[in-house]
Design a protein around this ligand. Structure first.
Ligand SMILES: [Zn+2]
Length: 172
């Protein structure tokens, strides 16, 4: 196994930081529905509605892809990555505990406006009725627990990238 692949991987990540930041932004974008609630003083009022749907993430990933193509070479695989980043948010929310109405998300809208949620939540529900609720140790624990659950996934991806044979380019 050639040494230096970790360093090369980090360097590649740094070189592609704009794309990486776009993906992180996209993965969190559905929660933009907190903003109107924040402005109205009730954080959850508009949360878990249309920004957490298949239709919304399809339109947004298509729009961002079209904009991205104006300045970068970007084939369908870039659209797929943008869509996957948004879809990952829906997947995590489907497996998160939800203690406020509406329970779950309309994941398949516009095909159906049924709300879906896993009967066995994998992640904790954050406490966020007010700003005082947000800044508490319970929410830090919930975030740490979520990170711990997802860390093996990240480790698996990194190990795959580390040990999978390089494709389309010579070994360093
Ligand atoms: Zn969400």
């Amino acid at each position: 196994m050639p040494r230096g692949r970790w360093k090369a991987g980090l360097q590649a990540l740094w070189e592609q930081r704009a794309g990486f930041l776009v993906i992180v932004f996209m993965a969190n974008l559905p929660d933009i529905d907190y903003l109107p609630g924040v402005l109205m003083g009730s954080i959850n009022v508009f949360h878990h509605w249309y920004t957490h749907t298949l239709g919304w993430i399809a339109v947004v990933s298509l729009a961002v892809w079209i904009l991205w193509r104006k300045t970068h070479r970007a084939g369908w695989s870039v659209f797929a990555v943008l869509f996957a980043a948004l879809a990952s948010h829906l997947a995590v929310d489907l497996f998160s505990a939800d203690h406020s109405v509406p329970y779950g998300i309309m994941a398949l809208w516009p095909f159906t406006d049924t709300f879906y949620i896993s009967p066995e939540p994998l992640f904790w529900s954050l406490r966020k009725g007010t700003w005082n609720d947000v800044f508490q140790w319970y929410n830090v624990q919930a975030a740490l627990y979520e990170a711990a659950v997802l860390l093996p996934v990240l480790a698996g991806v990194l190990l795959y990238k580390r040990f999978a044979p390089a494709r389309g380019r010579a070994e360093p």
